[in-house]
Design a protein around this ligand. Sequence first.
Ligand SMILES: CC(C)(COP(=O)(O)OP(=O)(O)OC[C@H]1O[C@@H](n2cnc3c(N)ncnc32)[C@H](O)[C@@H]1OP(=O)(O)O)[C@@H](O)C(=O)NCCC(=O)NCCS
Length: 281
Amino acid sequence: MDALGALTSNTGRLTCCHRYKEKRMIFKRFNEDIDAFMARDPAAQSRFEVVLCYPGFHSLLYYRLSNWLWRKNWRLLARFISSVGRLVTLIEIHPGAEIGRRFVIDHGSGIVIGETSIIGDDVTLYQGVTLGGVSPSVDSHMQIDQKRHPTLANDVIIGSGAQILGPIVIGEGARVGANAVVHKDVPAGVTAVGIPARVVMPRDKEKAKEFVAYGEPVDGVPDPVLRTIEDLRNQVTALMKHVDELDNRLDGDVGGEGNAEATSGDKQTKQKVIAASGGQS
Ligand SMILES: CC(C)(COP(=O)(O)OP(=O)(O)OC[C@H]1O[C@@H](n2cnc3c(N)ncnc32)[C@H](O)[C@@H]1OP(=O)(O)O)[C@@H](O)C(=O)NCCC(=O)NCCS
């Protein structure tokens, strides 16, 4: 065999080997995706069911193909495949979005994932989630090729109907409650709920105890503003109790008839303050 023949045959073997590795990798990734659905959806009965009946899984297949085409610069075809995917699954993922491994979309209808979104590994989305821009229609030409969609770090969970808007970052392991509207960064490991979304409590309840303001637990109040007011009321009550104790001690020390009138006047003033704070002495 001459040199040219040897070179051609070696190149052919290398290409073949490369293709084989690529195919194995794709197969491995699909397996991983199916495992992720099995692990995160209690309703999933078998891997076969995931492949046949899960629109979230189907949308991932459309996305992987359209994203590959997008990266090869076959953009119109990529958009076309993506829109066929949307027609079939009701999930719209722009082929330009970057999505990590073991991504799970449960149910999925109504989900929109914008062009410059970045999604890490092991992320879960429920139906109706938008990863969108803040005002795509205003000065849209200025926004071309700008990062205008969110970044979700690894292990993030976004509840159904949540709207995540702008080039913000949802930190690792954070959870966003159903129907929240998020327009600011969310730190790692916390839960954000409401409109606009606010951090309610770190996910880890043990850790959460360390974060309770003023050391007074406030149970059963999901609204963060009410929670803060409740905290302050508890703090005022605790302070007034403390002042009372100090007063009583002082009364005991000083004693005497002459001071009795002044002391009862002081106590009345204190009662008024406690009543105004809404607490009880
Ligand atoms: C946010 C969520 C992920 C829970 O996260 P978590 O870290 O376990 O937080 P908790 O359940 O401990 O809730 C923390 C606080 O936020 C409140 N909260 C939870 N979800 C909320 C929501 N969507 N909106 C408003 N408040 C919410 C809770 O009442 C709780 O308040 P409390 O501490 O005063 O009792 C979950 O409530 C949620 O919304 N999941 C989405 C699930 C979904 O979309 N399901 C659809 C499947 S089809």
